[in-house]
Design a protein around this ligand. Sequence first.
Ligand SMILES: Nc1ncnc2c1ncn2[C@@H]1O[C@H](COP(=O)(O)OP(=O)(O)O)[C@@H](O)[C@H]1O
Ligand SMILES: [Mg+2]
Length: 423
Amino acid sequence: MKVLVVGSGGREHAIVNSVAKSSRVSKIYCAPGNAGIAGLAECVDIGVMDFDALTDFAVKEKIDLTIVAPDDPLVAGAVDAFEAKGIRAFGPRANAAILEGSKAFSKDLMKKYGIPTAQYENFDNAEDALKYLETARMPIVLKADGLALGKGVLICNTLEEAREGVKSIMLDKQFGAAGNRMVIEEFMTGREVSVLSFTDGKTIRPMTSAQDHKRAKDGDQGLNTGGMGTFSPSPFYTKEIDEFCMKNIYQPTVDAMAAEGRTFKGVIFFGLMLTEDGPKVLEYNARFGDPEAQVVLPRMNNDIIDVMEACIDGTLDKIELDFKDNAAVCVVLASDGYPVKYEKGYEIKGLDKFDGKDSYFAFHAGTKLKDGKVVTNGGRVLGITAMGPDLKQARSNAYEATKWVDFDNKYCRSDIGRAIDEA
Ligand SMILES: Nc1ncnc2c1ncn2[C@@H]1O[C@H](COP(=O)(O)OP(=O)(O)O)[C@@H](O)[C@H]1O
Ligand SMILES: [Mg+2]
């Protein structure tokens, strides 16, 4: 069959890598893709939000399955657009992707269905939000309602900071229309864990747990980024926690969406905090995380096409997910200066060292081909991923492999997986 993957980052490279392993797939296209993906798929120069061009392409090439990976097109209705032209597509429709697209929606859903999460109020004007703050306990968490590139959450320690935050979100529109509404919620403490899952709208199958590192610098200092590294599984995500979450969070979320007439088919990413009062939902994403996909997918033994088709067809109850009993660590190689100011266009050397190795991967995030050479083309450049029998070994393998490649201004955190030592 012919598969089209929509997206261009490290997550999409990991997805394409899994699709390429399926014996059922004869041809892979990726729109727009990148230099690494080009080694496995034919890249077509169409942007992820250009639904007319994407769907025309899928019809013309008789694509059997399209996989929409990023949040923006999912929330804007890419899956609906493909389906309207008779193309099978993996991912939630717009009415279900709202689980990620509106934090106010997701909070109301959790409240209505008794799913554990932080106490909160939603606001659609700054005046009411500012009044609410007067009696609120600090620290407090402010969240722009809509998609904000992972930057729309402010943790405020003082009333003054919180007031400034409300103004910047709702009046100055720091995150654009994402700040037309906002959530103000209770500050929680605990360890964070991410759990990715497949669902067909009735059955939900959790994959495995992972943990990411959002800050740019060692010791979780510096600015928030798209993610500087990940590891999987999380040593803190025990069997008891998994059972609690299945019963109180995962299945109730899927059932709640169905009950609301918003059947969710695709990947749900649960952002969890393990608090003293038990696991609570920080947020939902309606897709694979990036770079979580880079440590989760290499560990999956199933044929990804079988699983995705079962999600679309409503037959996920017939599938058991099978994960390797090992660990994976991804260290992001970035361009120094990311996420603020950085240079692009430097040649990347040493990528051939990954050829033919099945437990080491150089997933491309921001790269492109220029005069036959692979050059840097973004803040996050590569996600160097390695597996190992346990987390410590996977981590030393991944750091070893970061040395195989070189480019000017190469930068990475040196403490990805530091939580492993605290377990
Ligand atoms: N209620 C909360 N209490 C403490 N920290 C929080 C809370 N909500 C969010 N955070 C922190 O902010 C980060 C980003 O929030 P999240 O809800 O995941 O939004 P997004 O990923 O869209 O920015 C979380 O990973 C967590 O570290
Ligand atoms: Mg998050």
